[in-house]
Design a binder for this molecule. Structure first.
Ligand code: ADP
Length: 179
């Protein structure tokens, strides 16, 4: 599913984010930048040890929830990885939506700062962090839409959903917000 916002294209893709042909990939990291399972594990496995070397050297204090930090892409075809820290779901009244939005906004700002035309982003916080998929889709897609409308950059954003359930939830929400 593809939606255009001015010169910018937002596309929903089902698959593995490490296989995306883009300038930058966003990672769903933890605030210690310690590495983990899920999409974080897949990205570190595909990229190799450079990412951990750079996060340890550049960000010894980690990254706060609701923000993101950059490394190179190592063995990935992407030039950069933006390690974003989403919130752990705690029922929705602990600031989770604004923290999730902040994590995505920082990734998009980093893409612009690093002159990336394209970025792939996963469904941050929807795995072990427990964020309900439909609520995550709402915050994620409105945040990306608002950023693209106001900045007209990056030119291409691929939202990469790992399975059919996540893809369906994001597709329904995308239809409703452009409706
Ligand atoms: P979090 O700790 O932020 O919840 P997870 O990695 O546990 O992060 O899950 C985030 C989302 O990433 C989940 O929807 C999960 O299905 C998805 N995911 C896991 N592996 C991949 C991958 N290789 N590519 C894209 N998405 C993935």
């Amino acid at each position: 599913m593809i939606v255009q916002f001015g010169e910018c294209r937002l596309q929903l893709v089902q698959g593995d984010i490490t296989r995306q042909d883009v300038d930058a990939i966003a990672n769903a990291a933890n605030s210690a930048l310690a590495g983990g399972g899920g999409v974080d594990g897949a990205i570190h496995r595909a990229a190799g040890p450079l990412l951990k070397q750079q996060t340890a050297a550049r960000y010894p204090d980690g990254c706060p929830t609701g923000s993101a930090v950059a490394t190179d892409g190592g063995n990935l075809s992407a030039k950069f990885v933006f390690h974003a820290v989403g919130p752990v779901w705690g029922g929705g009244d602990q600031g989770e939506p604004s923290q999730l939005a902040g994590a995505y906004r920082r990734c998009l700002e980093l893409a612009v700062e690093h002159n990336c035309e394209s970025i792939a982003i996963p469904a941050i916080s929807t795995g072990v962090y427990g964020y309900p998929m439909d609520l995550a889709a709402q915050t994620t897609l409105t945040t990306v839409r608002d950023f693209l409308v106001s900045h007209q950059n990056p030119k291409r954003v691929n939202v990469v959903l790992f399975d059919g359930g996540a893809f369906g939830a994001f597709a329904r929400v995308l239809e409703s917000i452009i409706g």
